[in-house]
Design a protein around this ligand. Sequence first.
Ligand code: NDP
Length: 278
Amino acid sequence: KPLTQLGVFGNPIEHSLSPRIHSLFAQAQQEHVNYQRYLATSGRFSRSVAQFFCHGGRGANVTLPFKQDAARLVTQLTERAQLAGAVNTLISSKSGQLVGDNTDGEGLAIDLENKGFKVSGRSLTIFGAGGSARGILPLLLAQQPKHLYLINRTVEKAEALKSELKALGLAEANLVQVLSSASAIEEPVELLINATSSSLTGQCLTLPPILADDACGYDLMYAAKPTVFMHQLTQVGCKKVSDGLGMLVEQAASSYQLWMGGERPDTTSVMSELRKSS
Ligand code: NDP
């Protein structure tokens, strides 16, 4: 089979697990894939992406902090990427178009479901208003939570995101409440999702004052050890906490299938392989 060139653009990028995950998918599906990391800088992001595709790249992932830049770069956006205003998957189409998609929301939804973390009818707190928050919010809202508190230290960014969601008919009047700190939440929260990069720098977040007895916590970040956010939740008695490895592998499987066609790669074996070696 011919060699397929894939890659991931981001900054920082050296610790990305994506090359490993995609190599494991390719191995399992007996496909010939070369997946590389590309360190991008804000001035050179679009030039680096253009070069990659000019040299025969089939597809690429985009990660922190370029997902919104990627949405402005492509010639075509899928509906879910348009809703998110952020792109994590670039695809070179047969007609020469550069298509931007977003598989983050799908990856998280699949992993929450696998773990039994319910969204529907629950009170949710989402931290963050960056690229990944944009990717996951449309899918979380589609599952009809009871309330969704959107917390971001730069509150204007969260307000802007809420307005966009409302304009798209995704957030009814009182469903989404924007706050600069979770300390103002008055009801017991049932699901907390960290979509900020606070764990990358090891910083704590202010948690809501009351958590439900069966509250679940999810940090989008993956690290070999539990993240600061997971620690914080465990300390206040939250029994079900997860890192973002499951989401990472599920969103990767969705991207891989978009590039390569065929069946969705098996994710269970890849996750246990990664846990074993971390
Ligand atoms: P962005 O750079 O687009 O957004 C960063 C967000 O984090 C902003 O809302 C920013 O707030 C907030 N933030 C940064 N530092 C802090 C801090 N110390 N305290 C509070 N808020 C902070 O990043 P992404 O949305 O792309 O990524 C966020 C995280 O999600 C990363 O850790 C990334 O690794 C992870 N991720 C995991 C995925 C997975 O598959 N598991 C997929 C996608 C992302 P402000 O607006 O105020 O600057």
